[in-house]
Design a protein around this ligand. Structure first.
Ligand SMILES: O[C@H]1[C@H](O)[C@@H](O)[C@H](O)[C@@H](O)[C@H]1O
Ligand SMILES: [Fe+2]
Ligand SMILES: [Fe+2]
Length: 308
């Protein structure tokens, strides 16, 4: 009796194994079809009228006043203090989704292109990446990239140390920053012998890891994601540099880069259209998308509750 039972059992198992193998092959094929390489050309922004975005000269006073304040107050001294404060404590403990919900009440004063809530902007970015069949880690990066704006509810002194484009502090204010070099005329580092000289406190090719970028949501979330997620280096670069338009869009600060930064620049450029041009997409349904993204978050954040 026993051998027959075993045989039956084995046959059953083989059948099941075969089925499982063909399921796995199907899955791989689906993945191949949908999981496009990060750098593969995209149709996503083909029909977007790019002249409609980031028109800072025509922007309203809210945006102009924001940048005047940011450019005046982001000094070397402030940046050293902000980093020290950041490492000193945990501000809150909550899940990624709770953080997205908390952020919902913030309307970003620096942004001329959207008046949607942040959760909607995050879902628009993630969905654009997902629709394009890009890697899952990149979809998640789209979903969380602006979560650093949570800072506003903790230690921030206003919006000027949370949102807006970023630039390097400790070296010359570059003309390719929004509103140009002169917009820094009231910054205490303006005209400073070292902080406003070409390389300032840095040296050629020192690598952007060693460069202090104006403190805000990018820098803050970068540290959190680096320490508490398993996201790849490209994702961390997309987070840290996505607002660094003078660098990834206008070609400034390239003399400070090292080889790693050159690779990361490609990744940041691949990410940028989804952040910027998805702002004109349809408003996503939060409740419908929630289950998909909750699973995705769990994949890369081993601890559900994040220390913010
Ligand atoms: O106004 C926007 C907004 O604050 C974004 O989150 C930031 O990444 C951009 O660089 C900035 O220009
Ligand atoms: Fe951002
Ligand atoms: Fe964004």
């Amino acid at each position: 009796m026993a051998p027959i039972a075993t045989e039956t059992f084995n046959t059953k198992r083989d059948g099941q194994a075969l089925e499982e193998t063909s399921d796995a092959i199907d899955e791989v094929n689906v993945l191949k079809a949908t999981n496009k390489d990060l750098y593969e050309a995209s149709e996503f922004d083909k029909n977007k009228d790019k002249t409609q975005f980031r028109q800072y000269e025509d922007a309203c006073d809210r945006v102009k006043n924001f940048y005047k304040e940011q450019h005046t107050k982001q000094t070397v001294a402030y940046n050293l203090k902000a980093r020290h404060e950041f490492h000193r404590k945990t501000r809150a403990e909550m899940t990624v989704w709770q953080a997205m919900e908390k952020l919902n009440t913030l309307i970003d004063e620096s942004d001329p292109d959207t008046s949607l809530s942040q959760i909607e902007h995050l879902l628009q970015s993630a969905e654009a990446i997902r629709r394009d069949g890009k890697p899952r880690w990149m979809q998640l990066t789209g979903l969380i990239h602006d979560l650093g704006k949570l800072l506003f509810f903790f230690d921030a002194r206003g919006q000027w140390d949370v949102v807006g484009d970023t630039f390097a502090v400790g070296c010359a204010f570059d003309d390719r920053i929004i509103y140009g070099r002169d917009s820094f005329c009231d910054n205490e580092d303006f005209g400073h012998e070292i902080y406003d000289s070409k390389f300032g406190i840095y040296s050629p090719g020192c690598g952007l890891d060693n460069v202090m970028l104006s403190w805000g949501h990018d820098e803050y979330l970068y540290h959190i994601a680096k320490e508490q997620s398993t996201l790849p280096a490209e994702a961390l670069a997309m987070i840290r540099y996505h607002s660094f338009y003078p660098w990834h869009n206008a070609g400034a600060y390239h003399e400070l880069m090292d080889d790693h930064d050159r690779d990361m620049l490609r990744a940041v450029k691949a990410f940028n259209p989804y952040d910027l041009y998805s702002k004109s997409d349809d408003i996503p349904s939060i409740e419908e998308l929630k289950p998909y993204y909750l699973e995705l978050i769990d994949e890369y954040f081993p601890n559900k509750v994040i220390k913010w």
